[in-house]
Each structure stands twice: as structure tokens, then as C-alpha cells.
Design a protein around this ligand. Sequence first.
Ligand code: G4P
Length: 522
Amino acid sequence: MNEIERRRTFAIISHPDAGKTTLTEKFLLFGGQIQVAGAVKSNKIKKTATSDWMDIEKQRGISVSTSVMEFDYEGYKVNILDTPGHQDFAEDTYRTLTAVDSAIIVVDSAKGVETQTRKLMEVCRMRNTPVIIFINKMDREGRDPFDLLDQLEEELKIKTLPLSWPIGQGLRFKGVYNIYEQNLNLFTPNKQRVTETIEVEISSEELDNQVGTDFAQQLRNDIELIDGVYPEFNIEEYRAAQTAPVFFGSALNNFGVQELLNCFVKIAPSPKPTQAEERIVAPEDSSFTGFIFKITANIDPNHRSCIAFCKVCSGKFERNQPYLHVRNKKTMRFSSPTQFMAQRKSTVDSAFPGDIVGLPDSGGQFKIGDTLTEGEILHFKGLPSFSPELFKYIENDDPMKSKQFTKGLEQLMNEGVAQLFINQFNNRKIVGTVGQLQFEVIQYRLEHEYNAKCRWEPVHLHKACWIEADNEVELENFKKRKYQYMAKDTEGRDVFLADSSYMLTMAQQDFEHVKFHFTSEF
Ligand code: G4P
């Protein structure tokens, strides 16, 4: 129970460039996992739209070991799940969110809520994941903090509650008043070291001495306004994902970060029960269960082994114990499961709920969403695929290598690199992705890991959505009318391929009883 209680498994998420990597790095500094700033930077994939797969490939060696970063802090065991920086890999991030108990969203104070922030929040909302918002880059001229809070509420559709408050901004950024602990942290730009905390009463003259009368008065006014407008912090509301506490600071200057971390470990939830199709699995259940939420291929082409990342949901995972791979109905033992410590990885003997263990998988045995148990037939829910946005036909470009092509494509889909649909009308394979980069990834990896060649051909599609209906006749009718646009996904489910938003709207109007789903989980 104690081991479960002290675990904090979460992800730091943001629109690219808001400061996720920098904040992660500062957390690792506090956790004693790295000694100098800059060590995690190399994990960052170049984020420009033109960055090519080769760059990413070069960096992937590092990102494998930094997929999970664990450290002990003030008696808590913190597990940070890394998410890719490039937005073409957004789907990876969504899936990682299925394995966390909470999230920290980083927002750039000048840019406010951005596209990816909105999407990530939607995923958190879908899963009732509690979030804390960190407003970063307060050392730059940004928006007014009250305006930012309003924008967050409106666009992220969640109540916000400031737990720290900036004094000044940009060049005049003086510090952060910690509402949660009621003390003051003054800003002394320092990229490597923790700044000192000064205890001052907000009403005292000392505040005027520290920040000047104007700023002191402004702060008093702001805090009075906050006290008037916002209710008191209620941990239950935060954990129920109804309220998002907000912190201000500058990750780069290491400012406001420790306040965030200190508060985070205290208020963030420990591992929660996980919903399986059959039952709800409580972390304190005695038998081990877990699911695979991510698979990372080895970059060494001579070594086609992967690492499957398993989130422990209940019981205790132990090395060399027999576990049931539910989908394959096979018993497996893992002699070298790994855990991850910043840049290192080491073999673990046991792991508790909330922990992530890396399971070496040489035979491509795992697929995203697979469940491991001590024998129980259990299927964890909640790993949705999102309706992709870009589509291309994929063709085997080397008839002599069709076996390799099929195998490679299957494996890449198991890893969740993209989604595959088979058009029922012409039997052609369509790959759907969220970003252009995935097409490059597939082509490169087919060639280098499977010795197969592929060719892309354009297909004009707007959206793929999963369809179902209570009324069988209507569903059949729909499929008949739209037979040219019907496909199956890899699970054999019916997918409707709409070639325009107009066509989709018309179909929705004409077939009232058919349900159109934009995520694979419904
Ligand atoms: P990401 O992972 O969310 O994509 O963002 P990342 O941490 O890489 O930060 C993006 C850029 O913003 C980086 O600059 C980083 O140094 C800068 N940054 C992060 N936090 C702050 C902050 O508190 N204040 C200011 N002023 N800048 C901040 P870059 O030029 O893209 O990278 P680099 O050359 O500095 O490494």
C-alpha cells in the first residue's frame, strides 16, 4: 500500500516549444537524476515541419532510454513518461496519456493556448485525467495573467485556480508569490541553481522593500481579487479533473519549478483503478496485471528487437514469473525487464502499480493495448486510435519481397506507427496518419528493418470514421449505398472513408441511426 501511495506517474505535455523539455529537465535536476541542465536536450527531435526522419532516427537511441524517467523526491517515487516533441507523433502522446494518473500542461505565456494544448486537454478530459497547468516563460513579455486564466478556462473547458501568482512580467518579472504555501520567491535569473525562498507576509512592509511599492501594491490587489473570485483549493475537485491548479514561472531560469514540483507530489493522485472490459482493477489487488501502451523498435537494423512498455496496474510485477499474454493465450517469462533512470536503464526484479517496465520483445509478440496477467482473462480498455487526417495508398514495390512487406507493415501497425485500412471495394491498403512524417517513418523502417520496399499513391480522403448502428438493416443499407467508401481496420471493424466534410455531413443526415465515431473506442 505504501509503495502505491507514494507513486506519482504522470506526463508533461505541451504544444511544441512551450517548454516541456526544459521543465522535464529541471524536474530531473531536482530529482538528482542529472547534474547539469542540457542533458535531456539531446532527446528533443527537431520540431520544424521540414525535419526529416533521418534526424529523428539518429536521436531515437537516446529517446528509447528516456521514454520513462523515474526518481525519488521527498519520499515520493516520481515516474515521468516522456512524450515526443514533434507534433506528427501526437498519437504517441495520446497513447502515453492512457498510462498516466495525472498530467502537467505547459503553456507559453506569450502564446497562450495553442492547437496541441487544446487537443491534449481533450484527451485528458476524455479520460478524466487531473491536470496542473504551468504557465511558462514569464521572463518574456506575455499576456496578462488574468487574461491567460480566462483563456485557459474558455478554451480548455476546465475551471482554473491559480496556486501561484507572478509579480511583474518580462524584463520586470520580479518573482512568484506562492499562494499554496503563502510565501514569496524572488527572481534571480539562474539557469542551474535553485533560487532561494523568502518568507514574507503579503501585508508586511518587507514586501515593499523586496519588490518595490508599486509591485507590492499590485500584488496585494491581485491576491485580493483572486481571493474574491476564486474558491479555495479543493484537492478532491482537482483529482476529479474538475479544476486545474495553475502555476506561473520560467522553466529555463528554474523559476517557479520547485514550487510546482513540491505541490505536485503532494496533491497529484497515486495510481488509480483501471477499467478493464471485465471489471475495474484496483491497484491494491494482489495479483499482477498490466498493459502495453507503447512499443519502441530497436534502432540497430541487425537487431529487430523491440521494447514494449508495460504499465503495472495492480499487484507486483516480478522478474522471471510466468505471466499470461491474454491476446496470444501464451505464458511468458521476462528475464531482463528494465526500468529507466534518465539516461540509464537497468534490470528490475520487481515493480509496483504506477511503474513502467520495459519488456524486451524480439519476436514482435506485443501489440499496443495487450494485457498481461497472472492467468486471468482481462482486457484493459482505453487505448483509442484517433481518426487519422492524412491518407495514402501503400503498395508493395518489390514483388519478390511481399512476405517481408506484409510482416513489416503488420509489425509497424502493431507498434501504432499509423493505422491501416483495407478498402472493401478495391481491396487496396490505405495508411492513415496524423502527420506527414509517419509516411517517411514507414518507408524508411520497411526498408531498413524488414528489407521491403513500399510505394505511396495518393488517395483523396477527408476522414475515416468507425461506424455502427443498433439497427442491423440500416447498417447494411449504409454499407451497400457507400460500398465504394467502406473499409475494414486491422481489427475487422467497419470504417467509413469520407472524401469530403460535405459527404460526411450528408451521410450523417441521411442515416440518422448510424453512429459515426471519430475514435476507435466507443
Ligand atoms: P518543448 O519541449 O515544449 O518543445 O520546448 P523546449 O523545452 O525545447 O523549449 C522551447 C524553447 O523555449 C527553447 O528555446 C527553450 O530554451 C525556451 N524556453 C523554455 N523555457 C523558457 C523560459 O522559461 N523562458 C524563456 N525565455 N525561454 C524558455 P530554443 O531556442 O528552441 O532552444 P535552445 O536553443 O534554447 O535549446
